[in-house]
Design a protein around this ligand. Sequence first.
Ligand code: ATP
Ligand code: MG
Length: 664
Amino acid sequence: MAAAHGGQIDTVMHEERRFAPPAEFAQQARIKSLDEYQALWDQAAADPPKFWADLAKEELHWFQPFNEALVWKEPFAQWFVGGKTNVSYNCLDRNLAAGLGDRTAILWEGEPGDTRKLTYAELHQEVCKFANVLKQLGIQTGDRVSIYMPMVPELAIAMLACARIGAIHSVIFAGFSAEAIAERNRDAAAKLQITADFGWRRGKALALKDTVDEALAKSPTVEKCIVFQRGTGKASGTGSGANVPQAKMQPGRDFWWHELMKEASAECPATPLDSETPLYILYTSGSTGKPKGIKHTTAGYNLYVKKTFQWVFDHREDDIFWCTADIGWVTGHSYVVYGPLSAGATVLMYEGAPNYPDEARFWQLIEKYKVTIFYTAPTAIRAFIKWGDQHVKKHDLSSLRLLGTVGEGINPEAWMWYHRTVGQERCPIVDTWWQTETGGIMMSPLPGAIATKPGSCTKPLPGIIPAIVDPDGEPVGTHQGGWLIMTHPWPGMLRGIWGDDGRFKEVYWTRVPGKYLAGDNARCDDDGYYWIMGRIDDVLNVSGHRLSTIEIESALVSHPDVAEAAAVGRPDDLKGEAVAVFVTLKRGVPNDAMREELKKHVRHEIGALAQPDDIRFTNALPKTRSGKIMRRLLRDIAAGKETSGDTTTLEDFTVLAKLRHNEE
Ligand code: ATP
Ligand code: MG
């Protein structure tokens, strides 16, 4: 990295708005004040292993107690060494023992409108049966199981069944291509594939099993395949099933889920597993390059997702929690399945698209299920804004008490829209910063304790000790941007990249020796609030000033006509780099007058230095399948180069082609 200002990043953004936790919310919250938060954080920071060990004893079931909280052989951490527990036990049996058997665990709605409901007792029974199915097919502790399924309860059941017997799941988002599945199956050397005949997305039945058949032809380690029958989901008479894809079953290799389940016993005690038994492998979004197979293990991950779920979402018994992430992403692993279920929560799971049958679907679901906590991504929020307030206003959202966001930085104006239009100025917003690698949320407001500022993920959670440093590893000053690192291990941290210790060390532990390098830039303000400034590799270097992507983008998004923006550097002889931006308008005409208007707006908001040199209008930006803007591809386009690097996680290839051919 070039080291202008010792590698620090200039900030040009001025955000002064601040929202205190509503008094009524704070009174009832788990953590009720800034002082209470600070006391807990201080206590944790004084001795993190002890802090986590005390929690682990309380929050998890131990078949055998652990004798050491942390063994840290940099960069390899082992948490709760010597102990035996089981994630499936903690999510299910432990709740049954606490008398929660009749509580709803999963409320489910399919895209066509079909619904299901599973209590903790019912979920337990299904998981036990399916765990027996896995055993019957020869799956043992340590075997890898690849899962490619739509958002149906059976996806969670399959994961929990793997966890119950210590098999390692690798969930692959059900929008990926056969090639992407095969690559992941080979990397993990998966033994079993689980899929469904199809899943619904935007009114179309996607033939998942056909894609899997193609993938399995190139997945030599996969021996067997279990196929869940989705069912049309349509009321009888409206869809006969004639026009949904029929799975082609290969005798000896493929088995129907329902047929195997018919025979399976519902008796399956959870296997006591060593704390560090791998729980899953999950491939990252691929925003910055080739996806990494992140490895998470049993006890530490379980504790971390449970506690962070309780702290950040301030979970109460009567909450209906809805995290809209697909389970194919870490957000779905940690906050649709493992976090909420280990806390005995009721989760809503929805199969389909937010704009099917129309753009009001999410708001209709919130009203119907009386959702109290809603957790979604900035990419979705930007789409809601573009679609218009009328969809939100059609529905009664008075059940909501808390909102959350994750996945990218949220532009302050998008935050304000979320606050006003969805939260009706009543609900705190938790902007949660974390990564596949961190297992769970690392920095976020605790909604009853920490005042929010639009665009800031505020403060680290108890037990999390971040710092911001320059490329020499030296702390930078307040307001200066630098590399975000973690200075102490935490229980939810990744334990490695599957099969690639070299890459694990190089990516996270080398640039600042011995510290976890997150790969994001951040700055701290006078109140000790963190502001994420974008990826380390996306910094713009303009006339000797290093600028963050998100600040320029946020300035653009604060213009009333702009829906979405991405800023990248383009090589420039005079300035080093010129500022190139890609803009999606929500209204107005994409012409030169608008270009001038936007340049003027950015100059006014954050100064002449950050004023865009090139503005390109586009109907869509290239995104990962998890909805993150892929700036590295835009950088190539801005420079007039062929796009290079891994594009397997790109959501829509036509977007790239259009940008390359300058279509608007
Ligand atoms: P890859 O590592 O393969 O490039 P990725 O980083 O997009 O993919 P994820 O683990 O899904 O994969 O995403 C984590 C990243 O998302 C963070 O490093 C950060 O850049 C961004 N992010 C997540 N939440 C927030 C947030 N609240 N504010 C700002 N950025 C966020
Ligand atoms: Mg990453």
